[in-house]
Design a protein around this ligand. Structure first.
Ligand SMILES: [Zn+2]
Ligand SMILES: [Zn+2]
Length: 384
């Protein structure tokens, strides 16, 4: 009877044993109990595993040939202590990285400051002009809002001064940089600017945005100067709102040709430029549809001028002791809200430029806030 165990006979070269495994066995005799079942590679693998234990360099190669079941048992063998140790190590390393970053920043601070001073000096005109435009805008915006709030008591002289100040600032700016013809960008024409220079393009976009704001603020000053007998306070509020919405809508269009020229300007990257310009155009189209919906809503409000309630009768006013809770004076054109509270029409109109609810009982009266009726102009800088 023939035995199944080849090691008993010790016949070399029997079975489908690979040469590498044979060479691994060549240095030592085969282990007891390791059988070649008609050339089964399994025996050689376990023998090789034993060998690999002695040689760390060959461990990886052997473990990859073990299959998923052995890999799983290896993971289980690690235990929770190992993983918590790993997380502690990880947090420790992240803290040391942070510390290193902080140290680097601390050492680099003087060099960064030197570079900042150099950059500031290089763009001194641009930076100081930007600060000047921002302060001009803030001053004019605050003045207009104050004058609108004062209603009949507003100072016509102050309104005229703001109008002159804004016109003068805009004209002075365009005169100083007349060689660049920056005003062309107001009406989608090409100014004499180097469109391959990003900073020049950004400068043109920023200046145009500020000047457009000044222009529409000037229109608001004109409305402020209109006597109350010709245009009521309420009507003026709707005009401020419409002007501001028009300004914002127009400002979203104006930078398009400027950025298009910048994106398409590079000859070396013509295809990439076309692709980027296309993406820019698609994004702008998406934002326009949203803006258009909002603009239509504002136009509808401007045309219909919805009232917040009905006119209150004398009896209703006397029941409310003839005193408006907002201005603490006698009712002027009293309006009865849904919640049965009465206010002057102008008082409650002003209130609803910021709130949606009744000032006394907090019942929701309007579904949206009619912003910009107080004469304010958006601070948002339309860069793209
Ligand atoms: Zn009132
Ligand atoms: Zn109420």
């Amino acid at each position: 009877m023939q035995s199944n165990c080849n090691h008993l006979r010790n016949t070399p070269g029997s079975g489908d044993v690979s040469s590498s495994t044979q060479s691994a066995h060549a240095a030592r005799p085969p282990r007891e109990g390791a059988c070649h079942h008609n050339g089964d590679v399994h025996i050689q693998l376990s023998a090789a595993l034993g060998d690999a234990g002695d040689h760390p360099s060959s461990r990886h190669r052997t473990s990859t040939s073990q299959g998923p079941s052995q890999g799983h048992s290896h993971n289980e063998a690690r235990g929770p202590e190992d993983s918590s140790l790993d997380s502690e190590e990880h947090s420790g390393s992240s803290i040391s990285e942070l510390r290193y970053l902080f140290q680097w920043l601390h050492k680099s601070l003087p060099y960064i400051l030197i570079l900042c001073v150099k950059l500031t000096m290089q763009h001194l005109i641009g930076i100081s002009l930007g600060i000047g435009l921002l302060t001009t805008f803030m001053y004019a915006n605050k003045s207009i809002v104050n004058q609108v709030f004062l209603r009949e008591r507003c100072s016509k002289l102050q309104c005229a001064w703001v109008l002159i100040f804004l016109t003068g600032s805009s004209l002075l700016l365009y005169y100083t940089f007349r060689s660049q013809s920056l005003y062309y960008s107001l009406i989608f024409l090409k100014p004499a600017v180097d469109f391959s220079n990003f900073w020049k393009v950004l400068w043109t976009v920023g200046i145009t945005d500020f000047i457009l704001k000044f222009l529409f603020m000037g229109f608001k000053c004109f409305i402020l100067l209109v006597p109350s007998c010709m245009m009521s306070f309420k009507s003026k509020g709707y005009w401020y709102m419409l002007l501001e919405e028009c300004c914002q809508y127009y400002r979203t269009f104006v930078p398009i040709p400027i950025w298009f020229r910048f994106l398409m300007g590079s000859v070396e990257l013509e295809r990439l430029g076309v692709l980027l310009a296309l993406f820019y155009f698609i994004l702008k189209l998406l934002s326009f549809s949203e803006h258009l919906r909002h603009f239509r809503q504002v136009l509808r409000i401007f045309c219909t001028r919805p009232r917040y309630g009905v006119s209150a009768s004398k009896k209703q006013c006397s029941e409310a002791e003839d005193i408006c809770s907002i201005c603490q004076a006698e009712f002027q054109q009293p309006i009865l809200l849904l919640c049965q509270h009465i206010f002057c029409e102008e008082c409650i109109s002003l209130w609803f430029t910021r709130e949606k609810t009744c000032p006394l009982c907090r019942t929701v009266i309007v579904d949206h806030i009619n912003k910009w009726k107080d004469g304010a102009t958006s601070m948002h800088l339309q860069i793209y």
